[in-house]
Design a protein around this ligand. Structure first.
Ligand code: FE2
Ligand code: FE2
Length: 414
């Protein structure tokens, strides 16, 4: 509870201490979970103002409700802390157009700004703070000499004002950088994109959900652009492709060194969807090559990148493969493995590398950079689903033929 005997400066010092304690708790939590030092919060200095504000709101409530039963105070703390977190999330999104944290994937969340599990955790911490931490803190603060407290409070206020101003400028600059990224994504080189993101490394580390938010926005805009770009031509392409087989001399000439390579030919030994990886990448490469050529794009890079897009030498259903340890997820790992293998045996240009690295998009959050990569990503999904369906039909057929006539036995899945 608040102590009327202490003057304003003592409360400023306590506010600073609570902002610092909040910062320390978040830094420990983030650094442990991200396995490196992470400076939490949007200020440059070691303070998280939301903790200080939360602490004083809880103390004000405790003062009003001190004679009420514990359950009522607990519920009131929960409500005020949740309201504070919601307003901070809502306002930062309204003002900076950035979602600094996002609980959308948690159960019982409200607009991603708050969620039940974290609100409960904050309420428990707030109750412990009001009942045990603050009374002890105020007892110790009261022992400090008034002159020293006054100087410390003024230093903190001046420092806080400067830090706050620069931090808001930095957040606004980040917002501007992100808006530029949304608009100019296709016109920027990979290096320029990396530079923009790197210049805001601290903010992106302090708020890990920011990356997801920015990527989702870029993805959404790109999907709309790509959809309107590909839709009108797809029908025409499929008409043209109807009945054609990959026999064209130009296509073979473009990819012959890869097709002949001893290491690449090993893909014939690995099962994929309904045949071998070799067969799958060959089909994806030819379809992508045709689409790319039709659209007047870099069809050579498209064919080569597409051919190498699944260059991984293991059975993806078996997690004991050396390239795919048990804790890794094949869907996210295999593009990286394919890039490493492709680089080892062939030279890759930017487009080819982007094709391989991003062919699983939107599973990989960072979207493709080139039109050619979208084509391969599309062709891969289109042919993979066709392969899956044909394999599924084959298995169903095989299962049915195993069932003895007139009997209802359940065939084992092969
Ligand atoms: Fe793949
Ligand atoms: Fe594939």
């Amino acid at each position: 509870m608040l102590d009327d005997h202490l003057n304003f400066f003592y409360y400023i010092v306590l506010f600073a201490a609570y902002c610092f304690a909040g910062w320390l708790a978040e830094v420990i939590y983030r650094s442990v979970t991200q396995r490196k030092f992470v400076n939490a919060g949007f200020l440059f200095g070691p303070f998280l103002p939301i903790y200080g504000i939360g602490a004083f709101l809880v103390l004000a409530l405790e003062r009003v409700l001190q004679d009420w039963p514990m359950a009522v105070r607990f519920a009131a703390f929960g409500l005020v802390i949740t309201l504070l977190e919601y307003s901070a999330g809502y306002l930062s999104e309204k003002i900076f157009k950035l979602k600094l944290w996002d609980y959308s994937e948690k159960r019982f969340n409200l607009h991603g700004y708050v969620c039940l599990s974290f609100s409960l955790l904050w309420t428990l911490l707030a109750t412990g703070f009001a009942l045990f931490v603050h009374p002890e803190a105020i007892r110790r603060a009261a022992m400090l000499p008034a002159g020293l407290v006054q100087i410390a409070a003024i230093v903190f206020l001046v420092y806080f004002w400067i830090d706050y101003t620069f931090s808001v400028i930095s957040l606004a600059a980040f917002r501007k950088g992100v808006a530029y990224l949304y608009e100019e994504y296709f016109n920027l080189s990979s290096l320029e994109i990396e530079d923009i993101l790197k210049s805001f490394q601290r903010l992106r580390e302090a708020f890990p959900d920011l990356n997801k938010y920015v990527n989702q926005n870029i993805n959404r805009r790109i999907r709309i652009k790509v959809g309107s770009f590909l839709k009108p031509v797809l029908e025409k392409i499929f008409q043209e492709l109807d009945g054609r087989k990959p026999f064209e001399a130009e296509y073979y000439e473009t990819v012959s060194d890869i097709l002949r390579h001893e290491e690449f030919r090993k893909l014939k030994d690995y099962f994929h969807h309904n045949s071998s990886i070799y067969r799958h990448v060959h089909d994806v490469a030819y379809l992508s090559y045709r689409i790319s050529k039709f659209l007047g794009l870099d069809y050579r890079s498209t064919a080569r990148g597409a051919l190498l897009h699944d260059f991984f030498l293991y059975d993806w259903r078996n997690h004991d493969a050396p390239d795919l340890p048990r804790e890794k997820f094949h869907g996210l790992e295999h593009p990286k493995i394919a890039v490493a293998n492709a680089r080892k045996y062939f030279s890759l240009n930017d487009i080819e590398e982007d094709i391989i690295r991003k062919h699983m998009w939107p599973l990989t959050l960072v979207p493709p950079k080139y039109k050619e990569s979208y084509i391969v990503s599309f062709a891969d999904k289109y042919l993979s689903s066709k392969e899956f369906i044909s394999e599924y039909k084959k298995r169903i057929g095989a299962r049915r033929s195993k069932i003895p006539r007139g009997k209802h036995s359940s065939a084992r899945k092969s």
